[in-house]
Write a protein of this length. Structure first.
Length: 256
């Protein structure tokens, strides 16, 4: 017998949600939304499996959360991102879904005027119900401000497309080599690292195109960024966002 499920989630941080969905949509056109009484978890891989993005919102972040039963939806992230671009900072966002329809209804409600605008975003039920996060044993951990990571990526992209990050002697060195060009930023505690922990010397390289396209929307709402890696393993990027939301990305290493 078909189990009928109805969902209604009212999220007041419209601007924050818009930026996070923009970042997720740059990873893949389709993503998974898992709704439960505990909140919302969204995750997706890039088509080549080199990037994993995970967004978690606890139930306390919602003005209202009504979930008949745990359910996972495959959501067209490209459509959702376009809809959320139409939202303003005054809007709260209502997500609604009922079993049997081929869409998730997204309603933007202006909290000052009460004006409502609704859009249907292509969606369908999925059998997946949990995200399998990448197991990490990082040997290097450091924290920088969102502005500093944004500066680093934009500076480095002027020189090349692969950034090599080395952790050694309580400092982080970021290097990019291009044709007759070179970029380096040696970062130390308080200049500009907020925190740094190095268990052993480690070096790994990552795609700057992947980094720039996905973190760009988030740096406007994040306060700081926690990065972790070990030699030739994925880079874990955790964004510190004020509130009960969590946003984490994993980026696979590349040959330098």
């Amino acid at each position: 017998m078909l189990s009928l499920v109805s969902i209604k989630a009212v999220y007041t941080s419209g601007s924050k949600f818009k930026k996070i969905v923009q970042a997720l949509a740059r990873i893949n056109d389709e993503g998974l939304f898992h709704f439960s009484s505990d909140g919302l978890t969204s995750w997706l891989f890039s088509p080549d499996k080199t990037i994993l993005g995970i967004f978690k919102v606890s139930s306390t972040a919602f003005e209202e959360l009504s979930v008949d039963s745990d359910i996972t939806l495959t959501v067209n992230m490209s459509e959702l991102s376009k809809v959320l671009r139409r939202s303003t900072r005054n809007d709260k966002i209502i997500l609604q879904y009922s079993t049997g329809v081929s869409y998730m209804r997204v309603t933007l409600v202006d909290e000052k005027t009460g004006v409502e605008r609704s859009f249907d975003v292509s969606s369908g039920e999925s059998e997946e119900n949990e995200v399998k996060e990448i197991k990490m044993n990082p040997t290097v951990r450091f924290i920088v401000s969102a502005n500093d990571i944004d500066t680093l990526v934009k500076d480095a992209k002027l020189v090349g497309d692969v950034i090599k990050i080395t952790g050694k002697d309580n400092q982080i060195t970021a290097e990019v080599s291009g044709e007759e060009k070179y970029y380096q930023w040696i970062m130390k505690k308080d200049s500009p690292l907020q925190e740094v922990s190095i268990d052993e010397e480690s070096t790994s390289s990552y795609s700057l195109s992947s980094l720039r396209s996905t973190i760009e929307p988030i740096t406007t709402i994040a306060e700081s960024v926690n990065l972790e890696f070990t030699t030739d393993y994925p880079l874990k990027i955790e964004f510190s966002i004020s509130g009960p939301e969590e946003f984490v990305m994993y980026i696979a290493p590349v040959s330098s």
